[in-house]
Design a binder for this molecule. Structure first.
Ligand SMILES: [Zn+2]
Ligand SMILES: [Zn+2]
Length: 90
């Protein structure tokens, strides 16, 4: 998985630093610092990211809807931040 700056999408000039068991990445291009640990919220810094399963429905005729799978949405229960993974696979 490639790491990119969430602010300016820089992928080269990044440096990592471990603080409180969390790897923090600093972007030299724009100065943004964010947590690389997927369990740490980039918004509030709390270790409160949890996976939430969201059902995927298949569009069917009529009113019937059938669940064809689930997608994982990472959500912070501390500040309410949620990662919307734009899954556009058809
Ligand atoms: Zn940046
Ligand atoms: Zn948060």
């Amino acid at each position: 998985m490639e790491i990119a700056c969430p602010s300016c999408a820089e992928t080269e000039r990044l440096s990592g630093e471990t603080r409180d068991d969390v790897i923090w990445i600093t972007c030299a291009a724009c100065g943004t610092t964010w947590a690389r640990d997927p369990d740490v919220c980039a918004d509030c810094g709390a270790r409160s990211i949890a996976d939430r399963r969201e059902p995927l429905y298949q569009k069917a005729r009529g009113t019937q809807q059938s669940i064809i799978g689930y997608r994982i949405v990472k959500e912070c229960w501390s500040c309410g931040w949620a990662e919307e993974s734009s899954d556009s696979s058809n």
